[in-house]
Design a protein around this ligand. Structure first.
Ligand SMILES: Cc1cc2nc3c(=O)[nH]c(=O)nc-3n(C[C@H](O)[C@H](O)[C@H](O)COP(=O)(O)O)c2cc1C
Length: 413
């Protein structure tokens, strides 16, 4: 059997054999599912969010999913109207106990959601007694039928600080506060969680969205007996937004807490992107819902091979490597300007670059319809690289730096 690189991480003082965890959702709905995930190689699981049915009885809307397809590419994003678990708390606690007993070396994270202080206290204590290694506080579900829960709490700094403090008093376990992306700036909420004693931040929960409308009956999807609502959007399509939030969390000197990242992770490269931004721990739901638990095998193998090839001994050597390259736009070096270069030998003469430059840039590309040859007018080229991004040939269009002292760009300075 092939040797893997050391993928172990330490997150909040807890050792994970690898950074890959199930995020709280149907993929960790009960013990039998979590056991299969552990067997497949996941380092930890965040169990489906627990609540107390005596405070609020969850009844799931139905149907509760809709997928966003783009052309032939299916399941680019996933919309869900699911709330926290609808299973009885007693059954879930039995499952947590069983999981810890049977998988003592895997990490068990209990996700909890209370509505009042007493709920948070009870859920934290029950989870700790059941063997959880960490707690994740769900301040972020965007479609709770309860009016004082989920992302509504996650938008209220005072409530986040207060409930985090309640949990910290009730339990000795490290606490992760899970943030909502349905807010302009996540940092003040994360700071409120820190003020309440949070040991780490996780992000992102799902983004409120409408993915489709049935044009025959005018009902957005999922069609829940004639109605719908903007509900949680996740999967590959949200990864750019998740990376933005995670980067801001990791780069905040004031926050300075470890981050568990999620939002669109499906492959080892997705995982690596979040590590490079500074996340230490990674979580996945939509990728598993689409492809199954086995995607972790590819993530472990891919990340391992990447590390072995580059002689990287531990993940600590790469975590945050891209973070310092993220600056404010006012800090860009605008003396550096480029123009497009088209490789004639690779060009297939499709004319796509010409069409896009003609109507979407500065008409810098010339196209000879007879020979189907394209060329760049460097004087007109803005260096936006729209042509490169629309070109169907992977490495046909590149760019070169221009001397800004004599080109049109000189006017800028
Ligand atoms: C069907 C579904 C149910 C979810 N339920 C929960 C939940 O109970 N608690 C929670 O904290 N997050 C929940 N989430 C959010 C995920 O844990 C995760 O934050 C989000 O889906 C982004 O990751 P992904 O792109 O890998 O799916 C749910 C997501 C989906 C798709």
């Amino acid at each position: 059997m092939k040797n893997n690189a050391d993928l172990s991480i330490n997150f909040c003082g807890v050792k994970f054999e690898n950074p890959f965890c199930l995020s709280s959702s149907p993929v960790g709905y009960h013990a039998e599912m979590c056991a299969r995930a552990f067997d497949a190689g996941w380092g930890g699981i965040v169990y489906k969010t627990l609540g107390l049915e005596k405070s609020f009885k969850v009844v799931m809307p139905s149907p509760r999913l809709n997928a966003y397809h783009v052309g032939d590419k299916r399941f680019v994003g996933l919309q869900n109207a699911e709330q926290i678990t609808d299973r009885p708390i007693a059954d879930n606690i039995k499952d947590l106990l069983w999981l810890k007993k049977n998988y003592p070396n895997k990490v068990l994270i209990s996700s909890i959601m209370g509505y009042v202080d007493e709920d948070w206290t009870e859920l934290a204590k029950m989870s700790e007694d059941a063997g959880a290694d960490l707690l994740e506080l769900n301040f972020s579900c965007p479609q709770m039928a309860h009016k004082h829960a989920g992302h509504r709490i996650g938008q209220d700094f005072h409530a986040v600080a207060a409930f985090t403090e309640v949990v910290k008093k009730a339990s000795k376990l490290p606490v992760i506060a899970k943030m909502t992306p349905n807010i302009t700036d996540m940092i003040p909420v994360a700071l409120a969680a820190k003020e309440g004693g949070a040991d780490a931040i996780s992000a992102i929960n799902t983004i409120r969205a409408i993915t489709d409308i049935d044009i025959d009956n005018f009902t957005p999807l999922p069609n829940i007996h004639g109605n719908s609502s903007p509900t949680g959007y996740s999967g590959k399509a949200v990864k750019p937004i998740a990376m933005r939030f995670v980067s801001e969390l990791c780069n905040s000197k004031q926050l300075n807490l470890p981050v568990s990242a999620m939002g669109g992770i499906e492959t080892w490269v997705d995982a690596l992107h979040f590590l490079l931004l500074g996340a230490t721990n990674l979580q996945v739901t939509s990728g598993i819902m689409r492809y199954g638990y086995r995607i972790v095998e590819d993530m472990i193998e891919g990340l391992s091979d990447y590390m072995i090839e580059r002689q990287i001994k531990s993940l600590d050597e790469i975590i945050g490597k891209a973070a310092q390259k993220i600056v404010d736009p006012s800090d860009f070096n605008t003396r550096y300007q480029v123009v497009s270069v088209i490789d004639e030998n690779k060009c297939i003469g499709c004319g796509q670059c010409f069409i896009s430059c003609q109507d979407g840039a500065n008409q810098a590309i010339k196209f000879d319809a007879a020979t189907r040859k394209v060329s760049v007018n460097e004087e007109r080229c803005l260096g936006c690289l729209l042509c490169k991004h629309v070109c169907p040939v992977w490495d046909c269009i590149s760019y070169k730096e221009v001397d800004t002292s004599y080109t049109k760009h000189a006017a800028i300075f």
